[in-house]
Design a protein around this ligand. Structure first.
Ligand code: FCB
Length: 460
């Protein structure tokens, strides 16, 4: 493919028509971050409701109890997605809305909500992309050990069956898990996400069960929805050593092992990486004989969430594997402190291609947070986010030119929303949300995306 790439990498000249005509253009959201209505229509408690209720967990003391009130305002939100001109919409399903106790009794009202939502997408020309698990586990299952309990894998399959039976006639794109790294390690080792545990062995067991539940869900979804496309979404980082030292080089390899290869290797049939297993010793998960085979069940695509690169130094004594992410000075950053590095996305995607050769890749999330301000005249001039978007789209083109079978891009996120442990302090939306009034305002970045996506003369 011959792309007209912008040699300055500024992204200012990126054009939709330089992408293949069947490229998927989308935006991403997740249930707990936008829906609110946490106690409505029979929804059960999730681990995030519980986590948010514990003092000190969320930076601004907030929760997703109301969030963007999307549960009630979804028609307006889907209208906004349509106004952007995207042709795909990635959302997630709240397990406790459907199965308030995690298993057993079904909450029909929850199923009806998602059924209406999917119809709303289709009416607006938005291809639904459903994520089954974007972190809101029913609290009732956590009380039985959560993902550290192997029985949660069975519960996930029951939930998956319920959802796919109800929505599979209309939803053909399924993502089993969003970022199992975050579920497992932020939630169970670092403890800054729900359920807030700090135990590495538990995190590794959780991680194994997440991957196993993914591998088992793939054939189940395909049996129930024969024309389904099924994949998993991983949060991956390009990793490099912080210095030229031999120690940092070795640390970067270790870190990459646990951060990236720990997921990519077993999903691609190689089992868990030997070098990492050796480091983990008795913390490594105990496997049953078929686990690795099931985890490696072939999928239709790999979902990649790309945000930032990581530079790693050797850090003796630092758990779990003596590595530390270092801050590089003099680089551009978002308000979160995440380095802005579009070329890192090219490095990451080409590396995945070289080492694993997936036949289809989607960027299922990419986006940035800045200190947005709603001006008195109603504009939000988020020029940094606009530039971020432009440069990452240009990077997507470069990755494709380098042979990556990238088939779509989903911007994170449609709306400002509840950003987990950061509460409402981090805005990632293409649309600004005033959380007092729930008024939505398309930001300059959203207006640019809409203009970019507008079919030009040549495409009509
Ligand atoms: C990703 C999550 C998503 C959002 C973005 C900023 O790790 O998948 O829910 O929080 O980060």
């Amino acid at each position: 493919m011959n792309f007209k790439t912008d040699p300055s990498h500024s992204g200012a000249n990126v054009l939709r028509r330089d992408f293949p005509s069947d490229f998927r253009w989308g935006c991403s959201t997740s249930s707990y971050q936008i829906e609110g209505a946490a106690q409505e229509d029979g929804r059960g408690e999730s681990i995030w409701d519980r986590f948010c209720s514990e003092p000190g967990r969320i930076r601004d003391g907030s929760s997703g109890a109301v969030a963007c009130d999307h549960y009630h305002r979804w028609p307006e939100d889907l209208d906004m997605a349509k106004q952007l001109g995207v042709n795909a919409y990635r959302f997630s399903i709240a397990w406790p809305r459907l199965l308030p106790q995690g298993r057993g009794a079904v909450n029909e009202k929850g199923l009806d909500f998602y059924s209406r939502l999917v119809d709303g997408m289709l009416e607006r020309g938005l291809q639904p992309w459903a994520t089954l698990y974007h972190w809101d586990l029913p609290q009732a299952l956590q009380e039985q050990g959560g993902w550290a309990n192997r029985a949660t894998v069975d519960a996930f399959l029951e939930y998956t069956e319920l959802v796919t039976r109800r929505l599979g006639d209309r939803v053909k794109h399924w993502i089993t898990h969003n970022e199992p790294y975050c579920t497992a390690f932020l939630g169970n080792f670092e403890g800054n996400h729900a359920p807030g545990l700090k135990d590495h062995k538990t995190a590794l067991l959780v991680c194994h069960h997440l991957l196993l539940s993914h591998g088992r869900a793939v054939p189940l979804i395909k049996r129930l929805v024969p024309d389904a496309n099924v994949g998993i979404t991983l949060s991956l980082h390009p990793i490099s050593p912080a210095s030229d030292s031999v120690e940092d080089a070795a640390a970067a390899i270790r870190h990459d092992g646990l951060r990236n290869r720990w997921f990519l290797d077993p999903l691609h049939g190689r089992g868990y990486p030997e070098d990492v297993l050796a480091l983990l010793g008795s913390d490594a998960p105990q496997l049953l004989s078929n686990d690795l085979r099931e985890i490696a069940t072939p999928t239709d695509f790999l979902g990649v969430n790309y945000y930032f690169p990581e530079r790693i130094e050797n850090a003796p004594g630092v758990a779990p594997i003596a590595t530390r992410v270092v801050e590089t000075h003099g680089v551009e950053r978002t308000a979160f402190g995440w380095e802005v590095d579009p070329e890192g996305m090219v490095t990451l995607l080409t590396r995945i291609q070289r080492d694993y050769a997936p036949n289809c890749v989607y960027l299922t999330e990419n986006g940035s947070t800045f200190e947005d301000e709603l001006l008195p005249d109603g504009r939000v001039e988020d020029v940094q986010r606009r530039s971020y978007l432009q440069r990452h789209l240009a990077a997507a083109q470069r990755a494709m030119a380098a042979g990556v079978p990238l088939k779509g891009y989903f911007a994170w996120s449609l709306l400002d929303n509840f950003e987990w442990a950061e509460g409402y302090l981090r805005r990632f939306g293409l649309a600004y949300v005033d959380f007092e009034t729930q008024q939505r305002t398309l930001k300059a970045s959203g207006q640019w995306y809409a203009q970019f996506l507008q079919p030009g003369e040549a495409d009509r």
